[in-house]
Design a protein around this ligand. Structure first.
Ligand SMILES: Nc1ncnc2c1ncn2[C@@H]1O[C@H](COP(=O)(O)OP(=O)(O)O)[C@@H](O)[C@H]1O
Ligand SMILES: Cc1ncc(COP(=O)(O)O)c(N)n1
Length: 268
């Protein structure tokens, strides 16, 4: 069985973070493992408290995983401080980890900050160069590129700039644009649009976590990057389209909608 590791924060309400990642990887047919960067006390209405692990303890978790069950892909989500980012980068280099997907989580759907502002530069300098793919949403891509994004042309320009500067592919997610859910992939200067039908569902807690974990699972199974993105978009559209409605705020998705395990298959 192929394997994947998520390095991210725990969401006590189970819809985002580590919990979303483990459910998504499992439903996409890989064996899922985790290294937790922080505990959050949060629910669908907001984040109440964050407790970071120490850099030493994060390293111990990553070492325990790699020394025993080597992951075929690694997804990185919420990492709140520069110190923790440096530990992850150092360990990924040490183990020559492949298929690294970085979701540069900065702000939760509920509006709470999940990354310290001074950690952004460390993320760009240390982690992005190790990544196969980085998956910013529009506000995160504005921060990573330093430009404002209003149109599809702006999205293309920002994705090319981040990809060129950091030598990794970029999937710029359009979930925050007004009418659609079109995402664009920039890989080696080539732009591909992935069109998604916008689903009228306010319950989008954990969409970014879910998409990046599904991409990592597909890379672990041997699919090419563009096919991994296509399959992940299809999976997230199914999870959103199942219209689960839990909680008082933006609720979680139905990760287990795919009862036929269509998404679990491997590449030939
Ligand atoms: N209402 C929606 N209908 C269909 N797809 C959506 C919707 N909202 C977000 N998505 C998709 O979910 C994924 C995550 O996007 P986004 O919400 O922009 O990320 P984040 O959670 O990081 O802010 C993207 O593939 C995006 O196109
Ligand atoms: C621990 C944790 N990690 C990430 C997110 C972002 O969630 P979203 O995918 O909705 O942007 C979150 N709310 N909590």
């Amino acid at each position: 069985m192929k394997t994947a590791l998520t390095i991210a924060g725990s969401d006590s309400s189970g819809g985002a973070g580590i919990q979303a990642d483990l459910k998504t990887m499992t439903m996409n047919g890989v064996y899922a493992m985790s290294a937790i960067t922080a505990l959050t006390a949060q629910n669908t209405t907001g984040v109440r408290a964050i407790m970071e692990v120490t850099p030493e303890f994060l390293q111990q978790q990553i070492d325990a995983v790699f020394e025993d069950i080597r992951p075929d892909a690694v997804k990185i989500g919420m990492v709140s401080s520069g110190e923790l980012i440096r530990v992850i980068a150092e360990r990924l280099r040490f183990y020559r980890a492949g298929n690294v997907v970085v979701d540069p989580v900065m702000v939760a759907t509920s509006g709470s900050a999940l990354m310290k502002t001074d950690a952004v530069q460390t993320l760009m300098d240390e982690l992005l160069p190790l990544a196969e793919l980085v998956t910013p949403n529009i506000p995160e891509a504005e921060i990573l590129s330093g430009m404002s994004i209003r149109t599809a042309e702006d999205m293309e320009k920002a994705a090319k700039q981040i990809s060129g500067d950091r030598h990794c592919a970029v999937l710029l997610k359009g979930g925050h644009s007004i009418n659609d859910a079109n995402d664009l992939l920039c890989e080696d200067g080539k732009i591909t649009w992935f069109e998604g039908k916008r689903i009228d569902n306010p319950n989008t807690h954990g969409t970014g976590c879910t998409l990046s974990s599904a991409i990592a699972a597909n890379l672990a199974k041997g699919f090419a990057l563009d096919e991994s993105v296509r399959r992940a978009k299809e999976y997230i559209s199914g999870a959103l389209g199942a219209m689960l409605d839990l909680g008082k705020g933006a609720g979680p998705m139905k990760h287990n909608f795919d009862l036929n395990s269509r998404f679990a298959e491997e590449a030939n």
